[in-house]
Design a protein. Structure first.
Length: 192
């Protein structure tokens, strides 16, 4: 097959897959996790059930794929934020704030049942580990160049940051989230 034809087919498959993921997420948000069926997803997406089953084996598989896509988008965004800031301390502050705002905004989007369902998979743990490594590396760089504390191991400080940032999901506003980040960052500054 010509290359252009293959690229067109792959683009179409990605569009269909994304439409399935988006439709399923919207249906679950509207009707609840247990109410959504494959027939409903196929109808809302505008594809046949047989086509839907070529992409996914069931609603759970679709939701896990949707969640993985969201996690990937968030991690890519955090890497972009990191790469756009200046020195290690500025990159760390930018990543902490961006992650806190993601946590704050995401909190209201998942109902408890959906969150419990999605978080039983290892996706979240792997993403947390990637984020922990990103923060640890920035802390290490900041300690080496000065400005960030070096009296506590970077792994311990990364854990401190992630645990402290967990509070962002329950804060009432973005301003409150930014104040939380300022407090966390103040605790990371070198006192020498």
């Amino acid at each position: 097959m010509p290359r252009l034809w293959n690229e067109t087919i792959e683009a179409h498959r990605r569009e269909v897959r994304d439409a399935i993921l988006d439709t399923t997420a919207a249906l679950v948000a509207k009707d609840g996790l247990r109410s959504v069926t494959m027939s409903q997803i196929a109808e809302e997406t505008g594809i046949g059930r047989a086509t839907l089953y070529k992409y996914f084996s069931g609603v759970e598989a679709i939701l896990f794929a949707w969640h993985q896509r969201q996690i990937t988008i968030h991690l890519q965004y955090l890497a972009e934020v990191r790469d756009q800031a200046g020195d290690a301390r500025e990159r760390l502050e930018a990543v902490l704030e961006a992650y806190a705002l993601i946590s704050h905004e995401s909190h209201g989007h998942h109902d408890t049942e959906l969150a419990a369902f999605l978080h039983r998979d290892g996706q979240v743990a792997r993403a947390q580990q990637q984020l922990r490594h990103m923060i640890r590396d920035l802390l290490t760089q900041g300690a080496e160049t000065g400005g960030l504390r070096n009296d506590v191991a970077p792994d311990e400080l990364a854990s401190y940051c992630l645990h402290a940032l967990a509070a962002a999901s329950s804060l009432p506003s973005k301003d409150a989230v930014r104040r939380l980040v300022m407090v966390i960052v103040a605790g990371l500054h070198s006192h020498a």
